[in-house]
Design a binder for this molecule. Structure first.
Ligand SMILES: O=C(O)CCC(=O)C(=O)O
Ligand SMILES: [Fe+2]
Length: 241
């Protein structure tokens, strides 16, 4: 890691990246690709656009192979529709981090989470976690020196969207959760990061967090976010999903 390089904060921070018109354009492009969305919830309308390592790369080498095949399938359309958006994200990250930031070649490009309206999303929809999906992937035998996670909200429901954050930091997340961990969570301070369309939320992924349950969803509400992660390898940040 070079001396000038900026560290990624563990507690999520945010900075403005897109204006309202940009968000409208990105949302329209994601909606136009609806035939490529993959449903990711057994009952509710939760979709991804693009392959996601945390969902698709589980299960050792067969999982990695499946993820890489999905990445090869979805990356060209993502690149075509969102190339300029990805460039804004990587340029902004490079400015902030004072280090080179590139999109990975072999892994999935950044993609989108899309939640259409459903009562299930007012309950707990997503597990509490820390971001460890980089361990599922093959970085040519090199262990990343650091990690980053990004959520860039594009559309949020009328009553808001947020991420719940627990003030607990770790490199490990046992499943099932040990009693010690459950106690740590219970005693930890918890706060919410409220999402504003166009404001990128940025963190190391090591604070415990989850997608916050939605509140009072209307029928037309949509929660749409760009999702990406990064690993630091040989002084270069590689961005993937
Ligand atoms: O959408 C969010 O609020 C966070 C998503 C997240 O934590 C993840 O995909 O790892
Ligand atoms: Fe996460």
């Amino acid at each position: 890691m070079s001396a000038q390089m900026v560290l990624v904060p563990d507690a999520p921070i945010r900075w403005p990246l897109l204006d309202e018109g940009d968000c409208r354009d990105v949302a329209a492009a994601v909606l136009a690709l609806r035939s490529s969305w993959l449903q990711r919830h057994p009952a509710g309308p939760f979709f991804s656009l693009g392959a996601a390592s945390y969902l698709d790369a589980n299960g050792g080498q067969p999982g990695r192979d499946k993820y890489e095949a999905m990445a090869a399938q979805y990356n060209p359309a993502l690149e075509q529709a969102f190339g300029p958006l990805f460039a804004r994200v990587t340029t902004s990250l490079a400015d902030h981090l004072q280090a080179p930031v590139v999109l990975t070649k072999k892994q999935a490009l950044p993609g989108f989470h899309v939640f259409l309206s459903h009562p299930a999303f007012e309950q707990q929809v997503a597990p509490i976690h820390i971001d460890l999906q980089h361990r599922l992937l093959d970085w040519e035998g090199v262990v990343p020196e650091a990690t980053l996670s990004i959520t860039l909200p594009i559309l949020v429901p009328e009553h808001g969207a947020s991420m719940n954050v627990w003030g607990v930091l770790d490199h490990d997340w046992p499943t099932p959760l040990s009693e010690g961990w459950q106690l740590r969570l219970k005693q930890a301070p918890r706060y919410d990061i409220h999402y504003t369309p166009g404001e990128m939320v940025f963190h190391s992924g090591r604070f415990v967090h989850r997608i916050a349950p939605a509140r009072s969803l209307g029928p037309d509400d949509i929660r749409m976010t760009l999702q990406a992660h990064g690993v630091l390898l040989d002084g270069v940040w590689q961005i993937y999903w």
